[in-house]
Design a protein around this ligand. Structure first.
Ligand SMILES: Nc1ncnc2c1ncn2[C@@H]1O[C@H](COP(=O)(O)OP(=O)(O)OP(=O)(O)O)[C@@H](O)[C@H]1O
Ligand SMILES: [Mg+2]
Length: 282
């Protein structure tokens, strides 16, 4: 390895200083060139004006992007409610009617084979009704409206446990009675999306869901022990990260913040925090 020996007769000189003394790499022979400001003869007015205009334009874009996100999320929420209601009222009713008529026909037949076939069909229709009902509840906020945030989170945790076998440890440290409706919807949808992501992507064995208050903020934490992921890479794929974007945007629209802490092999922690005494600008 090459070593640099220092001549004790010479004072120690830092490399960049040596470069400056020896004439410099820029050919200025060691004479430092400093930009003069304002540059003589240059007009700074138009440059400053252009930059100010660009900053104003960027701010306008940011505000209109946020307004658009708000409208999209509201439209999505309304659409979910509409589809949920239709599933419940139309599809659900039609299937129930079908079930009743199958029962009638089954009673009218004395053929054992036909009766067996009809009984099987009845079971199938019964299962389909359960599926439609589950989907309607999942889509609509009725569980939230009917039961409130605490019970809705309990329902969500039960459902994930029953459908996936995942250990869902739920801790609710707030009575949530004073939580404004729009904050409750945002928190519930974040919990729903975060748990869906755990089931779809994390290969976790356990997920902790905690709801509590801290410094006048309502806080939701969803932490799994799964595969984790590179957050910046996922965010850089905007099309693929609608779920992450939607969570952050929902929470921002009720004046809060969302923090995603994850890396490959280290599980994922999602923390949503919403101040309970702020003007909501949704
Ligand atoms: N809990 C998690 N564990 C591991 N990877 C995750 C987790 N949550 C998100 N990811 C990763 O981040 C990506 C982006 O998540 P995001 O929810 O935005 O999209 P998605 O779930 O793939 O699709 P969708 O738009 O339907 O939600 C996922 O594709 C996945 O790779
Ligand atoms: Mg997702």
């Amino acid at each position: 390895m090459a070593s640099v020996r220092h001549d004790p007769a010479q004072p120690k000189v830092a490399p960049d200083e040596r470069m400056r003394r020896s004439g410099g790499a820029d050919g200025t022979n060691g004479v430092a060139r400093r930009a003069e400001w304002p540059i003589p003869g240059a007009e700074v007015g138009p440059t400053v004006r252009t930059m100010t205009e660009e900053v104003a334009q960027l701010e306008a874009y940011r505000l209109s992007a946020r307004a658009l996100a708000s409208r999209i999320l509201n439209a999505q929420e309304q659409e979910r409610v509409r589809v949920s209601r239709e599933l419940h009222d139309d599809t659900g009713q039609a299937l129930t009617l079908l079930l009743v008529r199958l029962q009638l026909v089954e009673g009218m037949s004395s053929e054992p084979e036909v009766r067996r076939e009809l009984a099987d069909l009845r079971l199938l229709v019964g299962e389909t009704i359960d599926g439609v009902r589950r989907l309607a509840v999942h889509l609509g906020p009725s569980v939230l409206e009917d039961l409130g945030l605490r019970a809705a989170l309990e329902w969500l945790a039960d459902r994930v446990r029953a459908e996936t076998g995942l250990v869902v440890a739920l801790r609710l440290d707030c009575d949530c009675r004073n939580v404004p409706a729009e904050v409750a919807v945002a928190i519930f949808r974040v919990a729903q999306e975060a748990l869906t992501n755990v089931v779809r992507h994390a290969q976790a064995t356990r997920v902790d869901v905690r709801l509590g208050t801290d410094d006048d903020c309502l806080e939701l934490l969803v932490a799994d022990d799964g595969s984790g992921f590179a957050v910046d890479e996922a965010k850089a794929r905007p099309i693929a990260s609608v779920g992450l974007f939607g969570m952050a945007e929902r929470i921002a629209l009720v004046g809060g913040g969302l923090d995603i802490d994850s890396s490959p092999g280290a599980g994922t922690r999602i923390r949503a925090s919403v101040p309970l005494r702020v003007e909501v600008f949704a």
